[in-house]
Write a protein that binds this ligand. Structure first.
Ligand code: OAD
Length: 259
């Protein structure tokens, strides 16, 4: 880890008025959730055209639900890791104003982060494709969805097909999340980008929007991404938890010196 870059990033963050974070699958990798791209990624095992496109789901919900059930087990077992916790701590200390996450794993909220925009939805919620009714997995004890025994897929009480409330390819970003993300991006003077390949639109427009109005971009990733060359001011290479812990300690040290 480059100590000079950590110091510079800490200095920028501690003087920022409205720093935000944009996170991707890499931040949850240390919680045991595989990322999407690259070796060992989810899309190496499951072709997204067959498993993650809304048309694939509508054509063969049983097949897609088999993958979703496997994922559900992984998500339920996952706990926030130090990277999630440092971001929550930074927010509590006024060093971060909000997080836009592409993750659907609820781990930022579980770590204590308050202002979290779920750009791609939340896997712990199901929604009926016919009547729009939402089922939260934690309160399903009161009213369980019906299980279609022939198809082995969950169904709403209206008979409609239930789908996790996450954005599949071919679907729009939920309007509220899109607007909130745009508002945070427009307001930010620093964007901390953590653990995303920057391959998926429209989430990957946000760093360009931030950069365009003069925000500083600090990127944390194991390796350079397509964003690094294009928009990043400071690239901090390494595991999200290690880098964020170092960054937070450096900011704490600077604050100590100031007071
Ligand atoms: P990707 O799998 O595309 O990228 C994960 C990034 O995290 C890569 O750049 C890795 O180098 C980096 N990474 C992995 N482990 C890390 C660690 N411990 N610390 C730091 N960095 C690490 O995941 P996303 O960019 O989040 O969309 O993917 C974006 C979207 O593509 C997802 O939200 C999902 C997917 O299709 C939908 O489901 C709609």
């Amino acid at each position: 880890m480059d100590k000079h870059k950590i110091k510079e990033a800490a200095r920028i963050l501690s003087f920022a008025h409205f720093p935000i974070a944009l996170t991707g699958a890499g931040i949850s990798e240390e919680s045991g959730i595989p990322a999407f791209r690259g070796e060992g990624g989810l899309w190496a095992k499951y072709n997204p055209a067959e498993y993650a496109h809304i048309n694939a789901f509508l054509e063969n919900p049983k097949k897609v639900w088999q993958m979703l059930k496997e994922l559900d087990g992984i998500l339920r077992a996952a706990k926030p890791n130090p990277a999630h916790k440092v971001l929550a701590l930074m927010e509590a200390e006024g060093l971060l104003k909000g997080i836009v996450t592409q993750n659907v794993d609820n781990l930022h909220q579980a770590a204590g982060s308050k202002r979290v925009v779920e750009f791609h939805g939340n896997a712990f919620c199901l929604r009926c494709l016919s009547c729009g009714r939402a089922y939260k997995k934690e309160d399903m004890s009161s009213e369980q969805p019906l299980i279609d025994l022939i198809q082995d897929v969950p169904r709403c009480h209206c008979g409609g097909l239930l789908k996790p409330d996450v954005v599949f390819f071919g679907e729009n970003i939920p309007t509220r999340a899109l607007l909130e993300a745009q508002v945070l991006t427009a307001a930010c003077d620093v964007m901390l980008i953590i653990g995303t390949s920057g391959e998926v639109a429209p989430a990957n427009y946000l760093p360009y929007d931030a950069k365009q109005h003069g925000a500083k971009i600090i990127e944390i990733n194991l390796e350079a991404t397509i964003l690094t060359e294009a928009v990043t001011d400071i690239f901090l290479q390494g595991k999200a938890s290690k880098v964020l812990i170092a960054l937070e300690e450096e900011i704490r040290g600077m604050r100590g010196k100031k007071s």
